[in-house]
Design a protein around this ligand. Structure first.
Ligand code: HEM
Length: 464
C-alpha cells in the first residue's frame, strides 16, 4: 500500500514538474504554461492580451510561447524575424484561419481550402489602387447622403455616429447600391446586428455557437441578409450598367451555397478594422489643436467653395490634402491590429529556436509600431513622421505592418486608405465638433483587429 502511495506521489510530482517547467519540444522557445494543465495561461492572457504580450516579452525575450486553452501561440516580436513570418514556406495562413472562418461564417473546411485562393485572388484584383479609384465617386455620394442624415446639429458617441454613416455607405459601395439598407429602420436593424456580430467576433471565432446565443442569432440574421443580397445581385447583374459589384465578381467563382458566407466575411473584413480606425483618426485630429488647424487649412483650401450638402471629393482633391492622409496613417499605426497569425506546418527555425508544427505563430502590429527604432516617440500622434514615406507611390514606412504582409497581406488596404481619407475630409468639412469627454484609451481586451475605445467619446456637432 505504502509503495503504491509512493509511486503515485512521485508520478504526480514528475507530471506536475513536466507540465510546469518541462519543454515538450527540444530547442523550443520559453513557454508560459500557467498552473492548470490544458487551460494554461488562458485566464491571465484573456484578461488583457495586449498587456500580457508586452510583459511576457520583457520577461522571456523576443520569442516566447503561450499555452492557453489547449493552444500554443508563439509570439515573434523582433522586426528582423517578420520576413520569416510573412514569407516562410513552413507557415500557412489558410491553416491558421480555417477554424475561425468555420466558426464565424459556417464555411466547411473542404470548401474553405478549395475556394479561398480564388476568393482571395478576386478580391485582390478588384481592389487594386486603379480599381479602387473607380469606386471613389460612388463612395463619395454615399458618404454625402448618410452624413446629411445626421441632421444639421446633434450629439452622441463619436464612434456610433461614424458607424451609422460608414456601415451603409461601404456596404453599398462594395456589395451594390441595391443592397444598402434603404429605410432608417432597416439601417438601424443592420447596425445592431452587425455590431453584435463584430463585438463578439473574437469569442465567436474560438467558441462553439451554443455558448453565444445572441451572437449566433446576429450571425444567422446577417447570413440570411446576405442570401437575399446574393439574389438581388443576380437580378441586377445586367441592369446595373455602370459596374459589377465585388459580390457579383465573387459569384462567378464561388459556389452558390457558400456565396453568402464569403459575402459575410468580406463585409466584416471591410468594416471591422476600418471603422474603429476612422474613429481614432477623427478623435486624434479633434484633440490635437495643431493638427486640427493644418487639417482644416488643407480641407478648406481644396474644398472651400463647394456646396456642403453635396460635396464632391475627387482623388485629385485628396492628393492635395497630404497632411490629412498622414493623420490617417498615424491613426492606423497607433491603433493597428493586436495580432495576426500563421500556422506552423513544418519545424520552423527562428533565431536559436525550433518552433514545432501545430503552433500558431503570432505577430503583433500594435507592438511592432511601438518600436522606437522605426517610430521615434512611438506613443505620440505625429502625422509629420509620414512625410518621409512616398505615399503617392503607395510606399509606406519601414516597420509598418498594420496590413500584414506576404501573399496574404490585406487586399483592401488601398481602399481603406482612400475611404478613410475621403471620410475624414468630408465630415470635418461639413461639421464642427466639440469633444465632451477626454480622449479614451484603447481597450486592451482584443487581439483580433484594430483597437476599440475603452470608454465614451461624446461629441456635440453642428453644420459649419
Ligand atoms: C484600416 C483598415 C484595415 C486594416 C488595418 C486591415 C488589416 C488587415 C490585416 C492585418 C489582414 C491580415 C493580413 C495578414 O495576415 O498578413 C487583413 C486581411 C484582409 N482584409 Fe483588411 N484591413 C483593413 C481594411 C480592409 C478593407 C476596407 C477591406 C475590404 C475592402 C479589407 C479586406 C480584407 C480581406 C478580404 C482580408 C483577408 C485576406 C485573405 O483572406 O487572404 N480590409 N486586413
Amino acid at each position: 500500500m505504502e509503495w503504491i502511495t509512493l509511486i503515485l506521489t512521485v508520478s504526480v510530482v514528475i507530471i506536475s514538474f513536466h507540465l510546469l517547467f518541462g519543454k515538450s519540444h527540444p530547442n523550443a522557445p520559453p513557454c508560459i504554461r500557467g498552473w492548470i494543465p490544458w487551460f494554461g495561461a488562458a485566464f491571465e492572457f484573456g484578461k488583457a492580451p495586449l498587456h500580457f504580450i508586452q510583459q511576457a516579452r520583457a520577461k522571456y525575450g523576443p520569442v516566447f510561447t503561450v499555452v492557453a486553452a489547449g493552444k500554443r501561440m508563439t509570439f515573434v516580436t523582433l522586426n528582423e524575424d517578420f520576413r520569416v513570418f510573412f514569407t516562410s514556406k513552413d507557415v500557412d495562413f489558410e491553416q491558421a484561419v480555417q477554424e475561425p472562418v468555420h466558426n464565424t461564417a459556417s464555411i466547411s473546411k473542404d470548401n474553405f481550402f478549395e475556394s479561398h485562393p480564388t476568393c482571395s485572388a478576386i478580391i485582390k484584383g478588384r481592389l487594386t489602387p486603379g480599381n479602387t479609384a473607380m469606386l471613389s465617386p460612388h463612395l463619395c455620394e454615399e458618404f454625402n447622403d448618410h452624413l446629411e442624415s445626421l441632421g444639421s446639429e446633434g450629439s452622441g458617441q463619436l464612434n456610433e455616429l461614424i458607424k451609422s454613416v460608414m456601415y451603409p455607405s461601404v456596404m453599398s459601395n462594395l456589395l451594390g447600391r441595391c443592397n444598402s439598407p434603404s429605410s432608417a429602420l432597416s439601417r438601424q436593424e443592420f447596425l445592431e446586428k452587425f455590431t453584435t456580430y463584430d463585438e463578439g467576433f473574437e469569442y465567436g471565432s474560438q467558441l462553439p455557437e451554443m455558448f453565444l446565443k445572441e451572437w449566433s442569432n446576429s450571425k444567422h440574421w446577417l447570413l440570411s441578409l446576405l442570401r437575399k443580397m446574393v439574389i438581388k445581385s443576380e437580378e441586377t447583374l445586367y441592369s446595373e450598367s455602370d459596374r459589377k459589384t465585388l459580390l457579383q465578381h465573387l459569384a462567378a467563382s464561388i459556389s452558390e451555397q457558400y456565396l453568402p458566407n464569403y459575402g459575410l466575411l468580406l463585409l466584416w473584413a471591410s468594416l471591422a478594422n476600418a471603422i474603429p480606425v476612422t474613429f481614432w483618426a477623427v478623435a486624434f485630429i479633434l484633440s490635437n489643436p495643431t493638427a486640427y488647424k493644418i487639417v482644416m487649412d488643407q480641407i478648406n483650401s481644396v474644398l472651400g467653395r463647394q456646396d456642403k450638402q453635396k460635396t464632391k471629393v475627387t482623388l485629385d482633391d485628396l492628393q492635395q490634402m497630404p497632411y490629412v492622409k498622414w493623420c490617417i496613417m498615424e491613426a492606423i499605426r497607433l491603433r493597428a491590429p493586436g495580432a495576426i497569425t500563421r500556422k506552423v506546418v513544418r519545424p520552423l527555425k527562428l533565431q536559436n529556436y525550433v518552433i514545432p508544427p501545430g503552433d500558431m505563430l503570432m505577430l503583433s502590429p500594435y507592438w511592432a509600431h511601438r518600436n522606437p527604432k522605426y517610430f521615434p516617440d512611438p506613443e505620440d500622434f505625429k502625422p509629420e513622421r509620414w512625410e518621409t514615406a512616398d505615399l503617392e507611390k503607395n510606399v509606406l514606412l519601414e516597420g509598418f505592418v498594420a496590413f500584414g504582409g506576404g501573399k496574404n497581406q490585406c487586399p483592401g488596404r488601398w481602399y481603406a486608405i482612400m475611404e478613410l481619407h475621403m471620410f475624414v475630409a468630408l465630415i470635418l468639412y461639413k461639421f464642427e465638433f466639440a469633444q465632451l469627454d477626454p480622449m479614451p484609451k484603447p481597450s486592451p481586451l482584443h487581439l483580433v483587429g484594430t483597437q476599440q475605445p475603452d470608454g465614451p467619446c461624446t461629441v456635440r456637432y453642428k453644420h459649419r
